[in-house]
Design a protein around this ligand. Sequence first.
Ligand SMILES: [Zn+2]
Ligand SMILES: [Zn+2]
Length: 137
Amino acid sequence: MAETKFRKTASCLCGALTVTASAQPKRVHACACLDCQRMSGGTMSYTAFFPNSAVTISGAVTAWRRTADSGRWAQSHFCPACGSRVYTTMEAFPNFTGVAVGCFADPSFEKPATLFWSSRRHDWLPKLENVESVERQ
Ligand SMILES: [Zn+2]
Ligand SMILES: [Zn+2]
């Protein structure tokens, strides 16, 4: 398969913090756990993981680290001006940067392969077609 050139830039709402990815995401997933709902303010997080070597970050960042149920940390990175969460790093995946897909503002972005914590999915959401559903994580 010929490699298509991939280059997309994710941005916070005010535009000061950007993440440019220059390779296809290694994996894309969504998570409806209650932490992700609080963190995103939406019904689920939607994250694309890129190799760190394919990611260029520009702008000021505020980071906040939490310990996940697994006991390992996950660190969210926000724009200090507008508060948008643009990317995440995780102890469990040290070679990857998880970019919040909504920050690409690209409705054609590939769908998540997996929805974690589908047991916490909001009642009104329709069943997702062709997305692997995992009850927990
Ligand atoms: Zn901003
Ligand atoms: Zn989650």
